[in-house]
Design a protein around this ligand. Sequence first.
Ligand code: SAM
Length: 267
Amino acid sequence: MSEYQHRARKRFGQNFLHDAGVIHRILRAIHAREGEHMLEIGPGQGALTEGLLNSGAQLDVIELDRDLIPILQGQFGDNPRFRLNQGDALKFDFNQLQAAPHSLRVVGNLPYNISTPLIFHLLSNAALIRDMHFMLQKEVVERLAAEPGGGDWGRLSIMVQYHCRVEHLFNVGPGAFNPPPKVDSAIVRLVPHEVLPHPAKDHRLLERVVREAFNQRRKTLRNTLKALLPAAAIEAAAVDGSLRPEQLDLAAFVRLADKLAEQPSLD
Ligand code: SAM
């Protein structure tokens, strides 16, 4: 560790991992290998960074907090496989990494406040990505990995599962971090599909149908989708309009979005 003591900053969502057992378990789940191109978001004080570099992989990191840059540079700057990018991962242009298609392996113990927008930012570059391993708030991982029929199934599950296979790997308690967060955390693996299992004619229409449907999740689809799709169009998509949105799987939402694409008056 550096002679400079960094104080964790709340506004950057800094909860640093300090439990060697948990760090090891995460690194084992990621299983980085020589020659791979890794991207770590929010390396902090390098808890995961060291193990990632020791694997022999090429490692880009993106860190927002300028005060952490000299610490990271001092620790890893001599390694030719290490590249430090200072900035906001939410605004980062991943094309500048010049990764081959489906090659980039993304890793991060993410600040909770940016986790959902960051996942969507990464998914808009899904063709570059081979897989992603994130530490997130446990409730968020449960929503990402949810199946139809339960209370966790919603917009986040559907829009992420449209692009990725999702695996909830294991949970991590607050004691593994310094300072400890108020919530439980979990590690999730997201693997973008090379070929989408349920491609929609227009991805934006899928987003629209899903948003509208879950705006009032206790109502029937016939009711919540009234402004978008007539009851006959819902039936023609082979969907029972008397169901509630959480009872529908991804394929059914895609059929509704494709029916919406056929509607004559779309604003
Ligand atoms: N990886 C370290 C660990 O496990 O100990 C740090 C994890 S800490 C939860 C989150 C890290 O993300 C912090 O270093 C924080 O400064 C950084 N960060 C916060 N917002 C960011 C952003 N928008 N872009 C890049 N890094 C960010």
